[in-house]
Design a protein around this ligand. Structure first.
Ligand SMILES: Cc1ncc(COP(=O)(O)O)c(C=O)c1O
Length: 480
């Protein structure tokens, strides 16, 4: 497309940007679509635009929660930075209003906030609170979990430490199976007629028993309320309730990581842990809270916060809770309410989910479709019978969606075979239809419809791709 768009970036060609990036940015900072990366120069609502003005439908940006560059959020930032931005050792109304607004969305006793700048910082602080409260160090985490890039949270992130080259798991970290009932350790296929929830929660009970028998105690159990890195996992009903009971009985605290899934995304509730009818002791939030601006928080009970204060070590964070970040977070929470974005997630999410479920009937490759609100996963397998991960196909479809349809989706899960959707909350029915038309076309490219494939199932591990297909270099991580 010709670069006639008024927003086109005249200053540097994409090639020059890549050259400078290669020279000055650490190689471990990976790009989306590495063989043909996108240069995005502006965003609006659920759309992103490249340097040539090409519009992409954004189905992956749960950070731009209320839509890219929402005018109310932009104005809140502009107005506050023109007045003052300083640290939270000065009184400021935006800070206390933000804490009031955020805790008003939380159930139970979750009424005290600590502000931070990112999800990693939030989880790091949550661990400190838990460890100080319990005087224990051991943490139970879920397989495939990702809780951030700081050393402390990398230690509890199997998604990272189990990768080749990852640091070994510390002894004080205990990993329970991810409650994936489709292809997880216990699933409807290998454990038919069994109580899958019980199988998964019993594992955590065993871990607790082992920790105790080694003369130690439990500091915390941490989990995403719906595990996104694990491949858009919806735990079985009753899962968290059972684990929270066991962890509390053992003297530990429960941490819900809502960094990806909070703020109405699940449609039915403001926070995803509410779908399991539990109240955590500590909740961590970030990404959507700032709509692209770095702001996060740890929310906990007065009891845990007060105990932390007795350490005598002050909590100071230069930027955490600064007036600009808080003004932005306040604007984001206002927009969610004013524009009824939680309700939108429920309605559009339902449409998306129902129609994606239809894909299971049409395509042998679509093994499972799951989700709630605007959090949806489409799991691709070689065949419904074998449930072998269709990783190459998933990667190829992510590429084709971008190259042919200008729709951005990602893939994830332990075998990188789950197509993930977590679009900005302004995603509408038309967008869902556009996605469904495109994904049908892509699925059709890579696999025959059920009728044909039933007679010739892809169970030999050979990828059913056109011989001329060019793969994007395998990415390590596309979730964030
Ligand atoms: C579930 C979860 N927790 C924590 C983090 C870390 O957040 P941040 O990248 O803001 O440090 C992430 C980031 O992707 C995440 O997905």
């Amino acid at each position: 497309m010709a670069s006639t768009n008024i927003y086109a970036c005249e200053s540097m060609t994409k090639t020059d940007t890549i050259k400078l990036r290669n020279r000055h940015i650490g190689k471990s900072c990976q790009l989306f679509y590495r063989s043909d990366p996108l240069k995005i120069i502006r965003g609006e609502g659920q759309y992103m635009f490249d340097e040539e003005g090409t519009r992409y439908l954004d189905c992956i940006n749960n950070v731009a929660h209320v839509g890219h560059c929402h005018p109310k959020v932009v104005e809140a930032a502009r107005a506050q930075i023109g007045l003052i931005s300083t640290n939270n050792r000065f009184l400021h109304d935006e800070l206390v209003k933000c804490a009031q607004k955020l805790t008003s969305k939380m159930p139970g006793d979750l009424s005290v906030c600590f502000f931070v700048n990112s999800g990693s910082e939030a989880n790091d602080l949550a661990l400190r609170l838990a460890r100080y409260y319990t005087k224990q160090k051991d943490v139970i985490t879920l397989d495939h979990a990702y809780h951030g890039h700081l050393t402390s949270v990398m230690e509890i992130s199997p998604y990272k430490f189990n990768k080749p080259g990852g640091d070994p798991k510390p002894d004080f970290v205990h990993v329970a199976s991810c409650p994936d009932t489709y292809r997880g350790r216990y699933n409807v296929k290998n454990c038919p007629d069994q109580d899958l929830c019980k199988l998964y929660t019993t594992e955590v009970d065993e871990i607790i028993k082992n920790i105790k028998s080694n003369g130690k105690g439990v500091a915390a159990f941490i989990a995403e309320s719906l595990q996104s890195c694990g491949g858009q996992i919806i735990p079985p009903a009753g899962y968290f309730d059972s684990i929270y009971r066991s962890v509390r009985e053992a003297g530990g605290v429960t941490i819900a990581d809502e960094v990806q899934v909070g703020f109405g995304r699940v449609g039915t509730h403001y926070f995803a842990f509410e779908t399991q009818h539990v109240i955590p002791d500590i909740v961590t939030v970030a990404k959507p809270m700032g709509n692209g601006h770095p702001v996060g928080a740890v929310v906990t009970t007065p009891k845990i916060a007060e105990r932390f204060a007795t350490s005598g070590v002050a909590y100071f964070n230069t930027y955490g809770g600064n007036p600009v970040s808080c003004a932005i977070a306040n604007a984001v929470m206002d927009v969610i309410d004013e524009e009824k974005l939680q309700e939108n997630a429920l309605i559009v999410g339902q449409y998306l989910l129902e129609n994606s479920l239809q894909l299971m009937k049409e395509f042998e490759m679509v093994g499972d479709v799951r989700g709630t609100g605007l959090f949806v996963g489409i799991e691709l397998v070689k065949s419904k019978e074998c449930r072998q991960a269709a990783t190459a196909e998933a990667n190829a479809i992510v590429d084709r969606m971008k190259n042919v349809h200008h729709i951005l989706i990602s893939s994830d899960g332990p075998d990188d075979n789950v197509l993930k959707l977590k679009p900005p909350m302004v995603f509408n029915i038309e967008n869902a239809k556009e996605f469904l038309t495109a994904i049908r076309e892509c699925l059709g490219q890579y696999q025959s419809t059920e009728k044909k494939s039933i007679s010739a199932p892809q169970t030999n591990g050979v990828c059913n791709l056109p011989s001329n297909h060019k793969f994007t270099e395998k990415k390590e991580i596309l979730v964030k």
